[in-house]
Design a protein around this ligand. Structure first.
Ligand code: SF4
Length: 432
């Protein structure tokens, strides 16, 4: 339902207190530009969302009286972290002071206030509820973690997933594993063959920001992987096991161990899905995994354009074309292919990106796009990849409908779908 007016801009006093300024309507950011947001693009800030104050930054609003754009001088700018399953249409619009600190690796969606509610320009892109914060019960998570550690006393990976991921990082996937449901994470690789600017598991010493989590420090064995994944596949509702997690490097660097694990797993059970989240750098290894039963792949990228991909991923010994080939390989083997598409308004909906995305979908026979908000400081990102002008833009909302119109089979979401959903009524199977 469209609002009858634009929400007002938010600002903070620098002490964590947030206020609305009713002399200014909120705007959004697309690329480097502040732009008005139309009333039908706003939704209430979903449960699980949070608000950030942005030090050293002044929000840009539209003067209620004059219609002119100007800065909110009352305090720091404010942005929203919108919860998983939702895709943002605009970044928060602000002017950055020269000495402002680089922002940590979170997404900074525009936010506003109206009729005692917070609003964000976004859409619910995924009906699956696996990461709804209301669905996580801390007592069950702690009991589940204790049970798993006791049940697998010598398994380093179970200890890592429970003590570090579920109980320290509060990783939704690890928490679902501790609750015996849905997607179970299987990190396997301490190393990576890319050097992403916004890597969430490793940031160089001399960088001004830190990674959100530390990278796995050991190479799990086939036995350690198989020991807990088989029972999960056999007992969990809508079971998936997923190699490639935020707390590791690139799983394809461990493809032999993963291949042998899949072979062993499938000796015990045919239940559930075996998925890999990956940078897609090694299509030959992907083929070996498809031969032994890999069901689905999710390839991450910030862009469907080589010239935008390469300065961000800074790949070692592979190229953009390899990630495209990995999608084609899984498609050839009848597996499910998803793009883990980092959404950056102004770049993702640029006309040049749209054309490149259409080409990639046609070339690879892609099944799904997971439209995931890019967790990165916008100025820092565009500066690092050398973008001074992101060119003509369509608007995220229009981009989503244009792609859907041209590729009606293509699924939209935020999470890896289980076999049951792929085989069933995809849109409605998980609409609770
Ligand atoms: S591919 Fe993943 S692990 Fe590797 S550098 Fe990029 S974000 Fe980090």
């Amino acid at each position: 339902m469209s609002l009858n007016q634009s929400p007002y801009i938010l600002y903070s006093d620098g002490n964590g207190n947030i206020f609305e300024d009713t002399s200014l309507y909120a705007t959004g950011r697309s690329g480097w530009d502040a732009v008005p947001i139309s009333e039908d693009e706003w939704i209430e800030l979903p449960d699980g969302g949070s608000l950030y104050e942005l030090p050293g930054r002044r929000g840009i609003g539209i003067d209620v009286a004059t219609g002119e754009m100007r800065l909110c001088e009352k305090g720091w700018a404010v942005a929203a972290f919108i919860p998983p399953a939702h895709t943002g249409f605009y970044i928060a619009a602000y002017e950055t002071a020269p000495d402002a600190p680089t922002l940590p690796l979170f997404c900074y969606t525009a936010a506003g206030w109206l009729n005692n509610k917070f609003y964000v320009p976004a859409t619910r892109i995924e009906s699956d509820i696996r990461q709804e914060c209301a669905g996580f019960d801390q007592k069950s998570i702690q009991e589940g973690a204790a049970h798993l550690i006791e049940h697998y006393p010598h398994n380093r990976l179970v200890k890592h997933l429970m003590n570090t991921c579920a109980l320290t990082y509060h990783c939704p996937a690890a928490r679902n594993f501790s609750m015996g449901r849905w997607e179970c994470p299987v990190p396997a690789s301490p190393a990576c063959n890319a050097n992403c600017i916004g890597c969430i598991s490793f940031q160089p010493e001399d960088e001004t920001i830190v990674s959100n989590q530390d990278r796995l420090s050991f190479k799990p064995t086939v036995e350690e992987i198989v020991e807990f994944t088989v029972p999960h596949l056999e007992t969990a509702p809508y079971p998936i096991i997923s190699f490639g997690q935020g707390c590791e490097g690139e799983p394809l660097l461990m493809w032999e161990t993963i291949r042998d694990s899949i072979i062993e797993i499938r000796k015990h059970t045919q239940q559930g899905s075996i998925n890999m989240n990956t940078n897609g750098s090694k299509p030959d290894a992907v083929e070996e995994l498809c031969k032994v039963g890999l069901d689905s792949i999710r390839v991450s990228t910030n862009s469907a354009r080589r010239e935008i991909y390469t300065p961000y991923y800074r790949p070692n010994n592979y190229a953009f074309e390899d990630i495209v080939e990995s999608l084609k390989v899984v498609n050839r083997y009848g597996g499910w292919t998803s793009l883990n598409y980092f959404v950056f308004p102004g770049m993702t909906d640029a006309v040049a990106e749209y054309e490149a995305l259409r080409k990639l979908i046609k070339e690879t026979g892609l099944n799904m796009i997971q439209w995931r908000n890019f967790n990165i400081d916008p100025d820092w990102y565009l500066g690092k990849i050398g973008v001074v002008d992101s060119g003509e833009r369509l608007g995220m909302k229009q981009l989503l409908s244009l792609i859907k119109e041209e590729f009606p089979h293509l699924k939209y979401g935020y999470f890896n779908p289980p076999k049951e959903r792929i085989a069933g009524d995809f849109e409605n199977d998980f609409a609770h």
